[in-house]
Design a protein around this ligand. Structure first.
Ligand SMILES: [Zn+2]
Length: 409
């Protein structure tokens, strides 16, 4: 049983937790499809954490030629239940990080975490090292105190979340580690006071548009077709059209509407006097579940057709670099939502509420397999931002809520 004594003792782990966060976050784990070396070495640290404590784990290796080791790792720990071993409550964390982006925007070295009071600054410390460390400590405490729940409690430390989980959660689903009665907590989103429980996501799409024209000297535009100019016009037209046509409100979500934003633009030519023959840009789309992605794409197709008909010498193609169609939201009546709400109340968080966000966590993948899943933790939402930090107290608060929730299973 998890008793008050265990909960009250959590504070004693503070320095150890901070030290481990810094040590682990020093090991680069940038996703190989974001110009990194992958998370293999950081997994060695995680494995060492478990082995030092004699915690048995399962290692699931997924071949990937993009990394030096030719394999991506996933670690799974399971604590068997005392009664219902057909059901598992999972805690799921991802080990990979994005890259640091523009180093000029960082006040500290992102790969050399710095502690300032209750905060640690560094790349990936919140997204998702917070969950890796809170998961490891929750797991260690259950083992140390020999605590079992009625159902199994499982921990996943996964690869490759940042570029779609092909070598992580998707591979684990194929290994059939999840059962039909399972539920999951994914601490990869949340709110500063811990009140928000995410149970739904919008569809998430990244579309890359490539506009092809003909390169020419900028002083002789009639000899070519300006792909940059065409791309900018098309981008704005698309964005405006999508925002106008796919308006609709759903108060379950924040913001309560679909979003369509022109974002990345790829470098084209090296000089201002060259009229580009090729131009590429992205639109990030978060679409409320009431619209199908195909519906949106059909309108994009129609607009491209109109556009190229009226722009001589210009061709437009596009590809999905990311597409997650919104699954059915997790029911607010499901056990995991209700038990988590209760745990929040018990620890003085009276304003707990559930809702949806713009998508992009492992939650959607699990919901698509009918596994009720909540995305929850205490955090300031600094993922993918320069000067990302984690609040050490948040890790302790998360562990407390995990333990209180596990106690109810
Ligand atoms: Zn994340």
């Amino acid at each position: 049983m998890i008793n008050n004594e265990i909960i009250n003792e959590l504070e004693q782990y503070r320095e150890q937790i901070a030290g481990d966060m810094i040590e682990m976050s020093k090991i680069p784990a940038i996703n190989p499809r974001m110009n990194g070396q992958g998370e293999y070495k950081r997994f060695q640290w995680i494995i060492n954490f478990l082995e030092k404590r004699n915690i048995p784990y399962k290692l699931i290796q997924v071949p990937d030629s993009a990394v030096e080791e030719k394999v991506r790792l996933n670690v799974v720990v399971t604590i068997n239940g005392t009664e219902d071993t057909k059901k598992t409550l999972w805690l799921i964390a991802h080990v990979d990080t994005v890259n640091a982006g523009d180093l000029e925007c960082w006040n500290t070295d992102p790969q050399n975490p710095q502690r300032k009071g209750d905060r640690i600054y560094g790349l990936g410390v919140e997204d998702n090292s917070q969950a890796v460390i809170s998961g490891l400590y929750t797991c260690a405490i259950l083992f140390e105190k020999k605590v079992q729940a009625k159902c199994n409690i499982g921990f996943v430390f996964g690869s490759d979340e940042e570029t779609g989980s092909q070598y992580g959660l998707h591979a684990l689903l194929e290994e059939n580690i999840f059962g039909s009665q399972d539920e999951a907590i994914v601490p990869d989103g949340g709110s500063p006071d811990g009140s928000f429980i995410e149970i739904a996501e919008k569809s998430m799409v990244w579309l890359k548009f490539t506009v092809t024209g003909k390169q020419a000297h900028a002083s002789m535009p009639h000899l070519g077709a300006n792909a940059c100019s065409a791309g900018m016009h098309l981008g704005v037209q698309l964005e405006d059209m999508l925002k106008k046509e796919f308006t609709s409100h759903d108060d379950l979500f924040n913001p309560p509407y679909s979003t369509f934003e022109l974002t990345q633009k790829l470098a084209n030519v090296d000089s201002p006097n060259i009229m580009p023959g090729k131009d590429a840009f992205f639109i990030d789309m978060r679409i409320l579940p009431e619209f199908k992605v195909d519906q949106v794409v059909k309108r994009i197709d129609e607009m491209i057709k109109l556009f190229t008909n009226s722009h001589k010498g210009i061709e437009v193609s596009y590809e999905f670099t990311n597409r997650v169609d919104a699954p059915t939201p997790t029911s607010s009546e499901s056990e995991v939502v209700q038990k988590l709400m209760e745990s929040l109340k018990e620890s003085g968080i009276d304003n707990g509420y559930y809702g949806g966000i713009g998508g992009g966590t492992c939650g959607a993948i699990l919901r698509a397999r009918n596994i009720p899943t909540v995305v929850w933790s205490h955090l300031d939402e600094l993922a993918h931002q320069p000067n990302e930090y984690v609040i050490i107290s948040n890790i302790i608060k998360d562990i407390k809520i995990f333990l209180l929730t596990i106690q109810k299973y």
